[in-house]
Design a protein around this ligand. Sequence first.
Ligand SMILES: N[C@@H](CCC(=O)N[C@@H](CS)C(=O)NCC(=O)O)C(=O)O
Length: 200
Amino acid sequence: MDFYHAPGSSSLATHIMLREAALDFRPHKVDIFSHTLEDGSDYARINPNGYVPALVLDDGTLLTESVAILDWLAGRAEAPGLDDEAGRLRHLQMLAFMSSELHKPFIPLFFTEDEEEQTRLRQALEPRLAWIGARVQGAYVFGDRFTGVDAMLYVMLRWAEMAGVAYPVGLNGFIGHVEGRRSVRRALADEGLEPLRAVT
Ligand SMILES: N[C@@H](CCC(=O)N[C@@H](CS)C(=O)NCC(=O)O)C(=O)O
């Protein structure tokens, strides 16, 4: 399959879960500002909506939307507990929460120069990070199993550090667990990114 991504963007969560699921894929870097691939070709010919992540499966199917992709990959990674209806529902609930309540409001924070707007966005994001942070049960959001929710929450915490958004200190332990995973270290290295915490 082909994987279309931009380093450090929301597609990092998909990258991590592709590694978790041990799937073969060909990565393609997208310039999400000019909507071009590295060879200069028009990314809109792959994903007409212009954003990443996108997967093109071997049968040509285009798969977009982090919620759908991460839920599918978590199933492929056989995250224990996602095979029953209640587990799957909780996974989807948290992915949808992060998509609409965290991911989307973060994006204007990176671009607006209006300080009042920046304050308003930080004040909207901080209680939402606190809400999901309070749900971490052990190493990860659903206990000891690593899921697509954890991959996406990790990306949101990277963004929080970049954009000066406060999050509960308890999430430092979560970051340590996530960055201890081989899949995460591999995805970070492949995207040319540093971990948030020094790996001991
Ligand atoms: N609905 C998509 C949105 C993905 C998205 O916003 N991706 C950003 C990077 S974090 C992007 O590619 N932006 C470029 C654009 O929208 O043109 C999803 O949830 O996966």
